[in-house]
Design a binder for this molecule. Structure first.
Ligand SMILES: [Zn+2]
Ligand SMILES: [Zn+2]
Length: 422
């Protein structure tokens, strides 16, 4: 009982209601299921001893409804942000209820666990349960905070989920928080070991992301304020920074000095950042002002052309890499798609309002359908991913350029002689 109870934080750190719903179901129905009832913890549970506050029809109906709402809410960006704010405070409460439910379902501490419940005075048993509940709540709080930091880091890097990994992770967490509970009840030791490993991974990622954040900013030479390492100018005092550093495909710092400053501005815009001070841009539109330095995201058509040229220059190596990857059957498809979505499409898509990308998205999907059939032909597989990349690139590019032509002023500043390419 102790081991699985101490594993609960890893389940409740992911979701609030789903794991509690699973605990209620396992405790209520588990012992009645012929084979399952003899396994793991369930073997120790007396039938019909389930606590009513957790397992009555009403409680299960309410928990089921809340779990369904939670499932839906985690799939929408806005609701997820609100949930992330509340999470670390609500999850420990839910975890405490979960462990209290498990303990009271077992009718206290089963003698087989080494803690001889019968020989303990009732007071000591209660005190021990209280300590356990507190420990589980505290563990859940710590893990939930670490999880939130790691995830917000990831969604800062990949705000649009261009890699698709955040969506996949969200589904993984849903499955884990439901089936993890059942597995925990059935195979306590195996799951406890897995939980220790997973918790260590989350805490390590947390430590890493804190280090990365500290590394991504420096003090301005002139005014001493915090400046992103990639900034060409300080957003606070406006002084030029000769030692700006390059950024990667996800906007992370690369620890390399910038060579071509105009191309660096384009590479910042490609990761949805201000081309001058490197602050993240917030809106999905080419016409917006940086919230830190106040400059427009695209001061003129030269900036639009600069971004377009920067992305176009990636075409040869991205297409070559996609061809190489798609030569590997099945396995190569996913990294190929992630690569071209990040390198070729995200730079344009980040500036397109969602409604505007609807038609493009469906057009591209239809194209994919055709290409999947092409990939079935022997030998044509190598060309399928580069063809998909080209198709998606040209669709999103056209969409972005036409929106930019409507909304970005033709000329501004000294470097605006370059015309918008067709
Ligand atoms: Zn400064
Ligand atoms: Zn700025």
């Amino acid at each position: 009982m102790l081991l699985p109870a101490l594993s609960l934080p890893a389940l409740f750190a992911s979701r609030v209601f789903l794991p509690l719903f699973a605990v209620a179901l396992a405790v209520r129905f588990g012992p009645d299921v012929p084979l399952l009832g003899t396994l793991g913890l369930l073997a120790g549970l007396p039938v019909d001893a389930a606590p009513g506050w957790l397992t009555s029809d009403l409680s299960i109906a309410v928990l089921g409804t809340l779990s369904a709402l939670e499932l839906v809410a985690h799939k929408s960006g806005g609701a997820r942000e609100i949930l992330n704010e509340l999470d670390p405070y609500v999850k420990p409460v839910s975890a405490a209820l979960g462990v209290a439910g498990l303990v009271s379902a077992a009718g206290g501490w089963p003698a087989a666990e080494g803690v001889a419940a019968a020989s303990l005075p009732a007071q000591a048993g209660l005190g021990f349960t209280g300590l356990l509940v507190l420990a589980v709540a505290a563990g859940t709080f710590l893990l939930a905070v670490a999880r939130r930091a790691v995830l917000s880091d990831a969604s800062e890097l990949d705000a649009d989920d261009d890699t698709g990994l955040l969506g996949l992770f969200s589904w993984g967490e849903d499955l884990w928080s439901v089936f993890g509970v059942f597995l925990l009840v059935l195979f306590p030791v195996v799951v406890a070991a897995l939980v220790v490993i997973a918790s260590c991974v989350v805490l390590l990622m947390y430590a890493r992301s804190r280090r990365r954040e500290a590394r991504s900013r420096v003090a301005c030479d002139a005014c001493g304020d915090d400046v992103p390492r990639a900034a060409l100018r300080c957003p606070h005092c406006g002084v030029e920074r000769p030692d700006a550093e390059r950024v990667g495909l996800l906007g992370g710092p690369k620890m390399q000095r910038v060579g071509d400053r105009r191309d660096h501005a384009a590479s910042l815009r490609a990761v949805h950042r201000c081309g001058v001070c490197a602050a993240s841009l917030r809106e999905r539109h080419p016409e917006q002002d940086c919230r830190l330095c106040g400059r427009p995201a695209f001061a003129g058509t030269a900036d639009v052309a600069g971004l377009d040229a920067h992305v176009k220059a990636r075409l040869p190596w991205v297409l070559a890499a996609c061809a190489g990857l798609s030569a590997v059957p099945v396995v190569g498809l996913i990294p190929g798609i992630i690569l071209y979505r990040l390198a070729l499409i995200a730079p344009y898509r980040r500036y397109l309002p969602r409604g505007r990308t609807l038609l493009v998205r469906w057009g591209v999907r239809l194209g994919y359908l055709l290409l999947i059939f092409v990939q079935l032909w022997p030998g044509a597989g190598t060309l399928a991913v580069p063809a998909m990349a080209l198709l998606a690139w040209s669709s999103y590019r056209r969409s972005f350029l036409s929106l930019a032509a409507e909304s970005v002023p033709a000329a501004s500043g000294p470097a605006s002689s370059a015309a918008l390419p067709a």
